[in-house]
Design a binder for this molecule. Structure first.
Ligand code: ADP
Ligand code: MG
Ligand code: ZN
Length: 460
């Protein structure tokens, strides 16, 4: 029997705000454990939360970017559970009235639906040492957006493309840096399989807490055949939570449905519902950036870039911005040079300098090969191409007087090539160009040399 996979993702994204969701503590990554905490995020009794409006705005902006309907009346709920990462024994989240509903993420060829986006507080981070465990509450209370997709992905590639596109969108909107190594974007993968043609979904398995996009793809590449094989053996798939072991390349059972949580959600009595006025919505609408897909298309038609180049440049917002400043008269050449820069944010090169380099090559002042040396020097020194060309003495000889002399010398010294040329072998001119290059120690402008030689050979 042929099976197809059904995949839905729950993506958690830490918002880029100065302070936490319900207190004034800084949302700083990498600080000394338990130094960015206060009675509110430590869950002391008797304290009251105060909502961070910027987190709500960034969630709404995220919703607008992927075409969600913004719920103008939403509320907070308590999700109750008992675990050391949450000292209040409940997490403030949004249950039945989230901030955003619907929407979709465009990947190549199709749109993948989003069910909802809600806002909640991140929990503390646990560390397990040899004989003890530790809890760092610096992360507790960080604004965390949960983006739940519809079960519309059908392959590991779909999931990979969805996450990549979503991450690009969120970074572009300045909503989050989405640095997965810092845990700013985490993902739970829900996956089931069903016989092709069957409408009803199969029983799903949830793979928890994935922290890399390629990990998600590999986990699905393992899990889908595992489920298909189990069904093939006549086994049943039961709803369960699994973990992904990145090193072993396998998923394994974490808990079965028996241990599913009952979170006993109920409305948070200490926080007012969130009302979003039309005026506030209009303000946020003004912050809508050009989205990656639209920018990619624009780079293709405005600058005449190949699809590949546009994709590479747009995938990195800093690179795209740099490119637009540098593009100049020959955007394709500028793109080529830029795609070889390893980290645009730390390069000493100024955007206009790449244009200067391209102009120097296009004008024949230096050869393309010399351009590589100049570019390497630009990367290490930050000096302008003009200065590097001068310092290295690279400028090609374009002084026709000097070139004519070299050409005459070459013609006089190579009667055989001249005879070949006159006998109709046009390629023989290359040998003469080579001679001139040698005579000029590589500095002659080869294009000009070609022209001068052609003229001289024809008139001779
Ligand atoms: P739960 O109540 O178990 O959390 P939800 O209905 O909230 O399940 O869905 C959680 C995620 O799982 C969503 O992204 C959804 O698209 C996805 N999902 C739901 N049912 C399935 C299924 N049968 N196979 C794969 N993914 C599914
Ligand atoms: Mg769920
Ligand atoms: Zn705090």
């Amino acid at each position: 029997m042929n099976y197809e996979a059904v995949i839905g993702l729950e993506v958690h994204v830490q918002l880029k705000t100065q302070s936490k969701l319900f207190c004034g503590c800084a949302t700083e990554f990498g600080a000394e454990p338990n130094t960015r905490v206060c009675p509110v995020c430590l869950g002391y009794p008797g304290v009251l939360p105060v909502m961070n409006a910027e987190a709500v705005r960034k969630t709404i902006l995220s919703g607008l970017m992927i075409g969600c309907k913004i719920t103008q009346f939403s509320k907070w709920d308590r999700k109750n559970y008992f675990y050391p990462d949450m000292p209040k024994n409940y997490q403030v989240s949004q249950y039945d009235l989230p901030l955003c509903l619907g929407g979709a993420v465009q990947i190549s060829g199709k749109k993948l639906g989003v069910t909802r986006i809600h806002l909640e507080e991140d929990v503390a981070k646990s560390f397990h040492f040899d004989t003890t465990s530790g809890v760092d509450f610096n992360r507790a209370g960080t604004p965390l957006m949960e983006i739940v997709s519809e079960p519309e992905m059908r392959s590991p590639e779909d999931a990979f493309a969805y996450l990549t596109a979503l991450k690009e969108i969120l970074i572009t909107g300045g909503v989050s840096d989405c640095d997965m190594e810092k845990g700013q974007l985490r993902c739970d993968c829900n996956v089931s399989v069903r016989p092709v043609g069957q409408e009803k979904f199969g029983e799903k398995v949830e793979i928890k807490n994935m922290n890399s996009i390629s990990g998600v793809k590999r986990a699905l590449e393992y899990e889908i055949p595992r489920q298909i094989a189990a069904l093939g053996r006549g086994e049943k798939i039961f709803q369960e939570t699994r973990r992904w072991d990145d090193e072993a390349g396998k998923t394994s059972v974490m808990r079965t449905k028996e241990y599913a949580h009952d979170y006993r959600y109920f409305p948070e009595p200490d926080l007012m519902p969130v009302t979003v006025s039309d005026a506030m919505l209009a303000e946020i609408q003004k912050l809508l950036p050009e989205l990656p897909e639209a920018r990619r298309q624009r780079f293709i038609y405005q600058y005449g870039l190949p699809e590949y180049d546009a994709g590479v440049l747009v995938a990195n917002a800093a690179l795209a911005k740099f490119f637009e400043k540098a593009a100049g008269k020959n955007p394709k050449a500028v793109a080529n040079w830029m795609m070889s820069v390893s980290d645009i944010t730390t390069t000493p090169i100024q955007p206009t300098q790449i244009g200067e380099l391209v102009t120097a090559i296009d004008a024949g002042q230096i050869s393309g090969k010399q351009g590589k040396d100049v570019f390497a020097a630009m990367l290490t020194t930050g000096k302008s191409p003009a200065i590097i060309i001068q310092e290295k003495g690279l400028a090609q000889v374009s002084d026709t007087g000097a070139l004519e002399a070299f050409c005459e010398q070459a013609i006089a010294g190579n009667p055989k090539s001249v005879a070949d040329f006159k006998a109709g072998n046009k390629a023989a001119v290359n040998a003469l160009v080579g001679q001139v290059m040698k005579l000029s120690k590589g500095k002659a402008n080869p294009q000009l040399v070609g022209e001068i030689l052609a003229k001289k050979l024809h008139s001779a």
